[in-house]
Design a protein around this ligand. Sequence first.
Ligand code: DAH
Length: 344
Amino acid sequence: MLEEKISGIRAQLDAAIAEAKNPSDIEAIRVQYLGKKGLVTDLMKELKDVPNDQKKEYGQKINVIKKEAEDKIKEAIAAIAKKAEEELVNSAEQYDITMPVDFTGEGSYHPITLVQREVEEVFASMGFTIEDYLEIVDDYKCFEALNIPKHHPARDMQDTYYLDNGQLLKTHTSAAQNAIMRKYGAPLRAVFPGRCFRNENTDACHENTFFQMEGMMIDENISISNLIYFMKTMLSEVFKQDIKVRLRPGFFPFVEPGFELDISCLICGGEGCPSCKNSGWLELCPCGMIHPNVLKAGGIDTDKYTGFAFGLGLTRLAMMRYGIKDIRDLNSGNLKVLDQFKNI
Ligand code: DAH
């Protein structure tokens, strides 16, 4: 009796699914079979009238058909979605990549590219190599190798986009430190620009996608004086004026001691104005002496070598350099904004 009912339901369900054309047809089928008053659900209700010694077998058989119905419906939803996508692609207007473009204007470099190249040039002239690195990295590279273990509160500062496969979009260029140490060993001088990602709400000062330029110098007898010298030289070149810098203590797990590097305000020269909130200083670049744990993770002999690292906000630097007030203009692709950098 039950067997018959089940095979009846199965045949009916298969026929209904074969007929279904769109997601709402499938939803109707789901309700008809698995809904509160559905045919499969009704079988369950009959369970109470079944003699006790048959209840177990009866229940198992119903579970089988229930699972089967669920799977078939899931497959049908996927099949319909796939078909719809195929139809959409086939029906879309095909575009011809060989077609000449009606474009007479001249392109221009993006302001971030302009600043990036300037900074790269200055560091290259001081013996630094320029390195490229991945945008998708693993937890080890982005955090653990930088002395930020799992559950460390420093992770909260960087709201991270995790991918389904456990990897993540790098939240800072520091994620390349370990690979570059392992690639070259000590002594080492390298800068590495890169796109970084954090789950930020965007406003005039915040973006979920931004650029940094990281730098590292590792050698015998490297100290904070070296760090100050290189930063001051680079910034004075980029801003084409003598830039004063100062260091304030700052905490980052991958440096010890860590600092925030400020520069004298570009607008008032240090007198105090609204741009620098009357302090005469602008916060520009976190930096510090590389933590021994980070050097060790990179295979560097900490008895022999020390080093400094910095994480320059390239996006922020470009905004300061060109007086761009809204960070969102930079990723907007808006030619009205970007066109203005043509002659620079
Ligand atoms: N990676 C840090 C961030 O994005 C910035 C940073 C701080 C980089 C100190 C460094 C450093 O190399 O020494 O928040």
